[in-house]
Design a protein around this ligand. Structure first.
Ligand code: GLC
Length: 731
C-alpha cells in the first residue's frame, strides 16, 4: 500500500480530487471522532474510547478517522499524528479538538464570571491566551464559546454562559471567537478554530434539569436564544456543536429545520457541524430513531458532519448508501467541510501546526498569562453587599474561615487542562497582602457539604480571637457544569450552620462566595455585613480576591444573571413581559395580579447589579429630541460623578421599552452600556445614540422590524435602579 510521507500525498491534490480518490469507508471514517482513551486502549461500551473491535470497527477504518477529542500535549499530539499519517493511505492528518473554554493551563474565571466584567477586550484577551497555550500544546479546535442564554440557575451549565441578555451574550460571543481564532487561522499559529455551542437553546431546558426538553416558540428562539450563535458565526466561527435537547419536538442533532434550513440555508453556515457527546445515538432515547442506523440517517440528513463519541455513522452509513437510503453526496459534503478546515489550518502542509514541546514550556502558564487572569478575575467579582466593612484595613486581625479558605477548587468546571495545585488560594492571597501574616487566623470551619464539631469549634475560637470574620463559602465545582442541576440552590446546610454559629459573636462578617450559579442567599444575605461574589476566579483566585478585600482594587463587576429571592420564582430574569396584570407596587396589597402570596416577584439582586467602594451620582439624563425617525436617531446625555472616596469604575447601562409592539415586548431590554473610570470627585458626561435599528424585533410573522409608537429609555446603574425618559418613534 502506497504510504505517502506525512502531509505530502493529500496536499498535492485538490480536495474534491482527494475525496474522489477515497473509498466510501475512508470517507465515512473522516466523520469519526476518537477520544484520547482510544489511544490508551481504554474501552467504554458504545463509545469510541477503546479498541474498535468492541464496536466492530476495523483498524483500517481507524487509520482513516478524521479527528480526536480531548488530546493536548505537544509531544503526545506529534506522536499520534505521526503514527496516524504513516497508516493513512492519503496522508490526511487528524484534527485535534478539546474543551478549552476559559483557559488552557492558565485558567481564567468561568464564563459567568467573565460575563460580569462587561469587558469585551479582557474577554477576548482571555480567549487569545487560552488559544496560544492550547495551540502550542497541539490543539487545533476548541469546543467553545458556549453562548447559551440562561434564565434558570438550577441548571448547572449557567456557569459556562455569560448570562440572560441576548445583546450582551452576542458581544461576548464575538469577543471569544476573535480571541480564539484571530484574523487569519492559516498564518497565525497562536490561534485555534472555535466551535460555538450548543445549537440551540440548550439553556432553556425545562425546570433547569440538564438535557431536558426545550419547547419554545420560534419567535422566542429568534428573539432571545439565537442572537449569540449568529454573532459567533458572523465573527467567522469555524464550527457549530449541536445541543442535546429537543427544539420544537425534534432533537437538535436530528433537526432538519434548525440545522439545514436555518443554520445552513438561512444563515449560510457551511462549516463543520459536530454532534455533542453521543447525541447522534441519543436520537434513539429521544424516540425519533428506532436504532443506530436510523439515528445515523437522521443526523446526516440534518447536516451533522462529525459524530462525537458514538459509532452510528461508522457502523451504518456505508450500508445506508449501498441501500440507496442516503445519497453519497451528503457524505462527500461532510468530508469536504472537514478537509476544508484541515486545509485552512495548514495541516496538510504542517500536520503538527503549532505543537512545540520546547516552546510549550515557556508559553504555558507564564507570568504574563497569569497576570491577565488575575486582572480579569478582579473585574469579574461582584460586590453584592457592603455595610461599610470593606475594604479591610491591612492591619485588621482577621479570621478566614470556611471550606474555600485554603481550597484550590477555584478553577470551576471545564478546566481539565488546568491544575488546582497551581491555583492561588484565598489564604495565600490574603497572607501576601495582610499587614502581618500573623494577623490572619485560618480555620476551615466545615467542609462544603459536611463538617465536624471539632472543625466548628476551632473556627469559633479563631473567630473569637479576631476583629473581623471572612467566610469563604460556596459550591464545589462538581456542583456546577454538565449534569449538575440543583433543585435547592442555597448554600449547603452545613455552611449556613457555620454562618449562624459565628453570627453569635456579633463581629463583622464578610462572605466571599465561590460558586457557579446565582444562589438563593437565604441564611447569608441578612447575616453577612458584606458579600463578594467571586464565582470560580481561576488560577489567580486568591490574589484577585485579596486585592479586592484589602482595597488594592475596587470591585466593578455587574451581574449578568439575576439572583433569585427564592428558587420558587425561577426562572426570573429582567427582560420579562409585563403580563395583563402586573403586580405594580409590591406593597400595594392588590390581590388579583401576577404575584406570589409568599415571596416578592422581584429577584433579590437584578441583572446589571453590583456595588463599588465608592458611590456614583447620576445627573438628570437629557434627550436631544422626543421624536425618533428612521433617518434621525436621538441622543441621550447623562452626567455621572464619583461622589465617594475611592476611584472606581461604573458601568452605565441603557435600556429601552417598547410600549406598543405587534407582539408583547419585554419591560426593558439592554441596548448599550459604557464603562467609565472616575477618580473621587471626577465627573464625566456620557452620550448614547438611540436609533430605529435598536428598536427592531421579531413580529408574529417573524419579520424583523420596528413599529412607530411610544417608548421609554432607562439609564442607570442596573436594570432596576435608573432614570426613565419617554420618546416616540415616528415612521
Ligand atoms: C460534553 C458537553 C460539551 C463538550 C463535549 C466534549 O458532553 O456537552 O459542551 O464540548 O461533551 O467534551
Amino acid at each position: 500500500m502506497d504510504r505517502t510521507a506525512p502531509g505530502q500525498g493529500a496536499g498535492t491534490r485538490s480536495l474534491p480530487e482527494l475525496i474522489a480518490s477515497m473509498t466510501l469507508e475512508e470517507k465515512v471514517a473522516q466523520l469519526i471522532q476518537l477520544a484520547v482513551p482510544f489511544y490508551e486502549g481504554a474501552a467504554e461500551a458504545g463509545q469510541i474510547t477503546g479498541p474498535m473491535e468492541s464496536l466492530g470497527i476495523s483498524q483500517e477504518t481507524v487509520h482513516h478517522s478524521g479527528s480526536v477529542l480531548g488530546m493536548a500535549g505537544a509531544q503526545e499530539v506529534i506522536n499520534v499524528q505521526t503514527a496516524h499519517l504513516q497508516a493513512n493511505r492519503h496522508g490526511i492528518p487528524l484534527l485535534m479538538m478539546a474543551d478549552i473554554v476559559h483557559g488552557f493551563k492558565t485558567i481564567f474565571p468561568v464564563p459567568l464570571a467573565i460575563g460580569c466584567s462587561w469587558d469585551m477586550e479582557l474577554a477576548e484577551r482571555s480567549a487569545q491566551i487560552a488559544a496560544k497555550e492550547a495551540a502550542v500544546s497541539g490543539v487545533h479546535v476548541t469546543y467553545a464559546p458556549m453562548v447559551d442564554l440562561v434564565r434558570d440557575p438550577r441548571w448547572g451549565r449557567v456557569v459556562e454562559s455569560t448570562g440572560e441578555d441576548p445583546y450582551l451574550n452576542a458581544l461576548y460571543a464575538r469577543a471569544f471567537v476573535r480571541g480564539f481564532q484571530g484574523d487569519d487561522l492559516a498564518s497565525d499559529m497562536d490561534r485555534v478554530a472555535a466551535c460555538v455551542k450548543h445549537f440551540a437553546a440548550y439553556g432553556a431546558a425545562e425546570a433547569g434539569r440538564d438535557y431536558n426538553t426545550v419547547d419554545l416558540s420560534e419567535r422566542q428562539l429568534r428573539e432571545f436564544y439565537l442572537p449569540a450563535y449568529k454573532a459567533a458565526l458572523d465573527e467567522g466561527c469555524e464550527m457549530v456543536m449541536t445541543a442535546f435537547n429537543t427544539v420544537d419536538g425534534i432533537p437538535a442533532t436530528g433537526n432538519v429545520a434548525l440545522m439545514r434550513k436555518l443554520l445552513r440555508e438561512e444563515w449560510g453556515f457551511d462549516g463543520i457541524l459536530i454532534s455533542d457527546w453521543g447525541a447522534v445515538k441519543e436520537l434513539i432515547n429521544h424516540g425519533i430513531a428506532e436504532d443506530e442506523s436510523e439515528a445515523a440517517l437522521k443526523a446526516l440528513k440534518a447536516g451533522v458532519d462529525i459524530e462525537m463519541m458514538t459509532a452510528c455513522y461508522v457502523k451504518h452509513l456505508a450500508e445506508l448508501v449501498e441501500r440507496g437510503e442516503v445519497e453519497e453526496e451528503l457524505i462527500d459534503e461532510a468530508v469536504l467541510r472537514i478537509l476544508t478546515l484541515k486545509q485552512k489550518l495548514g495541516l496538510f502542509e504542517n500536520p503538527f501546526r503549532a505543537a512545540d514541546p520546547i516552546k510549550e514550556q515557556e508559553v504555558v502558564f507564564c507570568e504574563e498569562h497569569r497576570a491577565a487572569s488575575r486582572e480579569l478575575a478582579m473585574r469579574s467579582c461582584v460586590l453584592l453587599k457592603n455595610e461599610g466593612i470593606l475594604p479591610l484595613p491591612r492591619e485588621s486581625k482577621t479570621a478566614l474561615i470556611g471550606p474555600f479558605a485554603q481550597s484550590g477548587d477555584v478553577l470551576g468546571p471545564w478546566s481539565w487542562t488546568g491544575s488546582r495545585d497551581d491555583a492561588v488560594t484565598l489564604a495565600e492571597g490574603m497572607q501576601r497582602l495582610a499587614g502581618d501574616p500573623a494577623l490572619l487566623l485560618v480555620a476551615e470551619g466545615c467542609g462544603i457539604e459536611s463538617g465536624t464539631a471539632e472543625q466548628l469549634q476551632a473556627a469559633y475560637e479563631a473567630a473569637q480571637a479576631a476583629d473581623v470574620i471572612v467566610l469563604a463559602l460556596g459550591e464545589h465545582s462538581d456542583m456546577n457544569g454538565e449534569a449538575a442541576s440543583r433543585a435547592d440552590i442555597r448554600l449547603p446546610q452545613v455552611q449556613l450552620e457555620l454562618v449562624r454559629k459565628l453570627k453569635e459573636l456579633n463581629k463583622p462578617i464578610v462572605a466571599v462566595l465561590f460558586n457557579g450559579r446565582p444562589l438563593d442567599l437565604h441564611g447569608l444575605f441578612d447575616e453577612a455585613d458584606a458579600i463578594l461574589e467571586a464565582w470560580y476566579p481561576g488560577s489567580e483566585a486568591g490574589h484577585a480576591v485579596a486585592s479586592l478585600l484589602y482595597g488594592e482594587a475596587n470591585p466593578s463587576g455587574r451581574l449578568t444573571m439575576s439572583f433569585p429571592y427564592h428558587v420558587g420564582q425561577v426562572p426570573v430574569y429582567y427582560n420579562a413581559f409585563n403580563t395583563g396584570r402586573p403586580q405594580g407596587a409590591p406593597d400595594a396589597q392588590v390581590r388579583y395580579v401576577s404575584q406570589y402570596l409568599d415571596i416578592p416577584n422581584e429577584p433579590l439582586l437584578p441583572f446589571g447589579y453590583g456595588l463599588s467602594y465608592t458611590t456614583f451620582a447620576y445627573g438628570e439624563p437629557v434627550l436631544s429630541a422626543e421624536v425618533l425617525t428612521v433617518e434621525k436617531p436621538i441622543l441621550l446625555k447623562v452626567a455621572i460623578t464619583n461622589s465617594g472616596a475611592y476611584a472606581g469604575e461604573e458601568t452605565v447601562q441603557l435600556y429601552v421599552r417598547d410600549h406598543a409592539g405587534e407582539v408583547v415586548r419585554p419591560v426593558k431590554e439592554l441596548k448599550d452600556f459604557r464603562k467609565v473610570w472616575l477618580a473621587p470627585g471626577e465627573s464625566a458626561e456620557l452620550e448614547f445614540t438611540i436609533s430605529e435599528e435598536q428598536l427592531r424585533y421579531y413580529h408574529s410573522d417573524l419579520s424583523y422590524s420596528s413599529d412607530a409608537g411610544a417608548f421609554t429609555v432607562f439609564v442607570g446603574c442596573n436594570s432596576r435602579d435608573h432614570a426613565a425618559l419617554s420618546f416616540r418613534l415616528v415612521k
